[in-house]
Design a protein around this ligand. Structure first.
Ligand code: NAD
Ligand code: MG
Length: 405
């Protein structure tokens, strides 16, 4: 791996370059031109942002998952970045995740669409910087096996999991039980509805759900943060990354989002990582690992923050948290089913086709009616995902309530 300052810059592919994590990643990469060379950038449909990024970083490849967006990108780049090769479609996403000249892959596509390219990066033995938690939720056993089989380095970008990694013993790598660890605690902000009366939640709008108090994120993860399904997915993610059962993973609500998670050791010591809520911090940690590099984040002024609070999550307010833990306990394809149902329900809520309080009902319905199988192959996982989406769509058809209209 070319990370020493006097060697050639390391190649990086950024999957989901135009999203919140992708933009923060390129912000950090631009601060370290001696360390990183952008080989490929990808997006779904956002031609404007990818055009600007291609002009700035001059990658070898730019991929648009959407074919007509790829044509537009090609035209826009003709004069300003003619050497960028524009590709289209999901096979091209996988291709640029596995290119020989790529050392680092930032997996920052949202949702199940990110699974195959992230898995390809693992199978090609890359440094996999994993923001796309849905990939691990869907296929944790297969993903971790691919990391082991191909000597990939899996570095979590989720602020909580990155914090946990930072609090682990020296030279610890993900996928094994950390020595001397008794439990881990994930912190959760509680999102925009932490104090909203439960009786008012049925009427909340997508705009309110996406107005997160501390983090500026994509719309899907913002809704997940509001319902706390995000924390539920993160419990599953942590279980795979650190090889711990759900019983050893605690969640506490911490509204300031300053303490990003903590590790409790058998001697009673608890180690935590703190920092401002700025995703460039975990991104820089993973890009620089095992060294430390500048992120551009403001220094933490703990005296100005003054107080850090921690409370138990209210499971009546956040039923998705319990659904996620139950799916992980069930095992097999249950987490993939949970994830797929959640993706459909969240999109329906964002499209004003579903009330906020029906998100958890839709997921519960799908989990009850889906057929859970062993998750021993990628085909089984993808099949479970597809069937769960069908069940969720059928369920939406049975509802008449709409939101925000
Ligand atoms: P976002 O919506 O801002 O960006 C998503 C990116 O994925 C965009 O570049 C989009 O073009 C691309 N994309 C979307 N659908 C696609 C498809 N079908 N095919 C190919 N590309 C597609 O999302 P985000 O907030 O950057 O989150 C990305 C991932 O990182 C998610 O899995 C999220 O859970 C995780 N994450 C985000 C944050 C955060 O602070 N934003 C924090 C922790 C984890
Ligand atoms: Mg997180």
């Amino acid at each position: 791996m070319n990370t020493a300052p006097d060697s050639q810059p390391a190649g990086i592919t950024v999957l989901g370059a135009t999203g919140s994590i992708g933009i923060s990643t390129l912000d950090v990469v631009a601060r370290h031109p001696e360390r990183f060379r952008v080989v490929a950038l990808t997006a779904h449909t956002d031609v404007d942002t990818l055009t600007a990024q291609c002009r700035q970083f001059q990658p070898r490849y730019a991929v648009m998952a959407d074919a007509s967006a790829a044509e537009q990108l090609q035209q826009r780049l003709r004069g300003s970045a003619p050497d960028v090769q524009v590709l289209a479609g999901s096979a091209a996403l996988v291709e640029v995740a596995g290119l020989p000249g790529v050392d680092y892959v930032m997996a920052a596509i949202v949702g199940a669409a990110g699974l195959l390219p992230a898995l390809e990066a693992a199978r090609r033995g890359k440094h996999v910087l994993l923001a796309n938690k849905e990939a691990l939720v869907m296929s944790g056993a297969l993903f971790m096996q691919a990391v082991r089989d191909h000597n990939a380095v899996l570095l979590p970008i989720d602020s909580e999991h990155n914090a946990l990694l930072q609090c682990m013993p020296d030279a610890y790598t993900t996928g094994t039980v950390p020595p001397g660890v008794r439990s881990i605690t994930l912190t959760a902000s509680g999102g925009p509805f932490r104090e909203t009366p439960v009786s008012k939640l049925a009427r909340v709008t997508p705009e309110q759900a996406c107005a997160h108090p501390n983090w500026d994120m994509g719309r899907k993860i913002s809704v997940d943060s509001a319902t706390m399904m995000n924390k539920g997915l993160e419990v599953i993610e942590a279980s795979w990354l650190f090889d711990l059962s759900v019983e050893k993973i605690r969640v506490v609500v911490h509204p300031q989002s300053i303490l990003h998670s903590m590790v409790e050791y058998t001697d009673g010591s608890v180690l935590a990582q703190l920092g401002n809520p700025d995703m460039r911090i975990p991104i820089s940690h993973a890009l620089g690992w095992p060294e430390r590099i500048a992120s551009g984040a403001a220094p933490l002024d703990i005296a100005a923050i003054g107080q850090l609070q921690f409370t138990e999550p209210d499971l009546e307010r956040f039923p998705c948290l319990a659904l996620a833990s139950a799916a992980m306990r069930t095992g097999g394809t249950a987490p993939a089913i949970l994830n797929a149902a959640n993706e459909v329900a969240v999109q329906a809520f964002l499209d004003r086709q579903l009330a906020y309080t029906d998100i958890h009902r839709a997921i519960d319905h799908v989990l009850e009616h889906a057929n859970v199988q062993e998750a021993g192959s990628l085909e089984a996982v993808i099949d479970a995902d597809a069937r769960a989406r069908d069940l969720a769509i059928d369920y939406l058809g049975t509802l008449s309530n709409r939101v925000g209209t």
